[in-house]
Write a protein that binds this ligand. Sequence first.
Ligand SMILES: NC(=O)c1ccc[n+]([C@@H]2O[C@H](COP(=O)([O-])OP(=O)(O)OC[C@H]3O[C@@H](n4cnc5c(N)ncnc54)[C@H](OP(=O)(O)O)[C@@H]3O)[C@@H](O)[C@H]2O)c1
Length: 259
Amino acid sequence: MITGASSGIGEALALEFARRGIHVALVGRRIDALESVAARVRELGAGALVLPGDVADRDFAESAVQKTIEAFGALDLLVLSAGISMWARFDEVKELDLFERIMKVNYLGAVYFTYFALPYLRTRGGDIVAISSHTGITGVPTRTGYAASKHALQGFFDSLRVELRETPMNILVVSPGFVDTPIRENILGGDGQKAGYQGRATEAPMPLEEAIRQILEAIEGRKRELVMTGRARFGRFLRLIAPALVDRIAAKAVGDPGR
Ligand SMILES: NC(=O)c1ccc[n+]([C@@H]2O[C@H](COP(=O)([O-])OP(=O)(O)OC[C@H]3O[C@@H](n4cnc5c(N)ncnc54)[C@H](OP(=O)(O)O)[C@@H]3O)[C@@H](O)[C@H]2O)c1
């Protein structure tokens, strides 16, 4: 089961799973986009179930899991990729709903799907893959609400992993940097509306194919953590000894001049 399967990382993973003969349940809000992914999954010889809805809706999460079990009889892997991002300094925010919306989609949506899927995953010794971000590891200007949602996601899954330590389940938290997907088209501005990305990111995005290769390798290796660039892996350690330097690197990465 993949949330955020209509685009980007979720869509690409759905197609890779289909190539391996794995049936997929596809979650997202845009039914046309989901149907198009489902058609390609079926062409590759795997089963596809389209589940249109908003991950921030608890009842939808529960019914989506039930429909998946009814269709496929079991659930082995839950990929939580549904997410929205923001681009606004905190002093430019005009609409606080922005923070609620991001938290509901990026964090609570993942909690709801995990809650309803967990009993089925447990019986199969299945896995959960949560797509977080470098902003789940360190603070990034213009992303306050987004970073908070990804820190929440990281804390939630780090805690759940400990609770499940005696089970054969695996929890993988993936932290990508910039990946070349349509995410920026849907980025929310300080007024809570779609803004499109107007920042001055200095880092070239990672090609989607490379991100997917790394994620598949981590899933197959049943890793607990995937931090996607060498720079971010180094940054995690640098932060312990030179946090102000990491702040400056983060500001430069998104082109925030400070004020
Ligand atoms: N691309 C990057 O640079 C990058 C970097 C770090 C982390 N990430 C994380 O990677 C994940 C995937 O992002 P992406 O790059 O693949 O972006 P994307 O192409 O924009 O895909 C986002 C997916 O989330 C779904 N989604 C958004 N809001 C939803 C909602 N309320 N309910 C259900 N589905 C919803 C979208 O589907 P609908 O529009 O059909 O609802 C879409 O399928 C996100 O969690 C993102 O935070 C991405």
